[in-house]
Design a protein around this ligand. Structure first.
Ligand SMILES: Nc1ncnc2c1ncn2[C@@H]1O[C@H](COP(=O)(O)OP(=O)(O)O)[C@@H](O)[C@H]1O
Ligand SMILES: O=P(O)(O)OC[C@H]1O[C@H](OP(=O)(O)OP(=O)(O)O)[C@H](O)[C@@H]1O
Length: 190
């Protein structure tokens, strides 16, 4: 009788990149993904207008989003900023053979995410409050009122009970934050 070895490729961790609006989550994620092609990025489903710019996302209507919820398509979904966001269960396929899958999550769903994903890490991106205000205004995706609403949510704390949380300060140059995040990911891999 022969015993066959398990040769299925390993699954990379789910790496949540979190922090206040405008802190640089999408910018850090893009920089990490460019530097390491084995690091994948999860495309989110969002009830946002299709032409809003910024991250690559799948735009859907409220009705379409609700149909996806009912069809149990999402591993995680939440509401914030008047929008609905979903992470399809397909994220598990993206993990196969990857060094990790980056995903932009709400700080409010992290404990749930820790239960859903068997290998889950959090990179918490921070920046000084005045820097946040400048970046949000400079990005130009939201109007002034929405920028104020987002700034009011900036200090939301991370939940207690997260097992693997690492902080990256993006108050300065973006490349410095990317280097910090790379060091964290590589140290965890070693
Ligand atoms: N370190 C940085 N220095 C200068 N501008 C930055 C830096 N990081 C991000 N930005 C800019 O700030 C804005 C918000 O960044 P973004 O990645 O969209 O943040 P988030 O995804 O956290 O909302 C964007 O216009 C981006 O180009
Ligand atoms: O609960 P919080 O941690 O405050 O996060 C709320 C939402 O804000 C971010 O969304 P989005 O990417 O649309 O906005 P951002 O790019 O301005 O951060 C994040 O991905 C969450 O969906």
């Amino acid at each position: 009788m022969s015993v066959s070895a398990d040769i299925s490729p390993a699954k990379g961790p789910v790496i949540a990149v979190v922090g206040p609006s405008g802190v640089g989550k999408d910018s850090v994620m893009s920089g990490l993904a460019v530097a390491d092609p084995r690091l994948r990025s999860m495309r989110r489903v969002i009830t946002r207008a299709p032409d809003a710019g910024g991250e690559d996302y799948q735009p859907v209507s409220e009705t379409e989003f609700e149909a996806l919820v009912q069809a149990d398509v999402f591993a995680l979904h939440w509401r914030a900023h008047g929008l609905r966001y979903g992470i399809p269960r397909d994220i598990e396929k993206l993990r196969i053979g990857a060094s990790g899958v980056l995903v932009n999550l709400s700080r409010a769903v992290l404990l749930q995410a820790q239960e859903v994903f068997d290998d889950f890490r959090v990179i918490s991106v921070t920046a000084d409050p005045e820097v946040l205000a400048q970046r949000l205004a400079g990005r130009g995706r939201e109007d002034a009122e929405e920028v104020q609403r987002r700034l009011a949510r900036a200090s939301l704390a991370l939940p207690d009970g997260l097992r693997q949380v690492y902080e990256v300060d993006n108050s300065g140059a973006l490349c410095a934050a990317i280097v910090q995040a790379q060091a964290i990911i590589q140290a965890e891999r070693a």
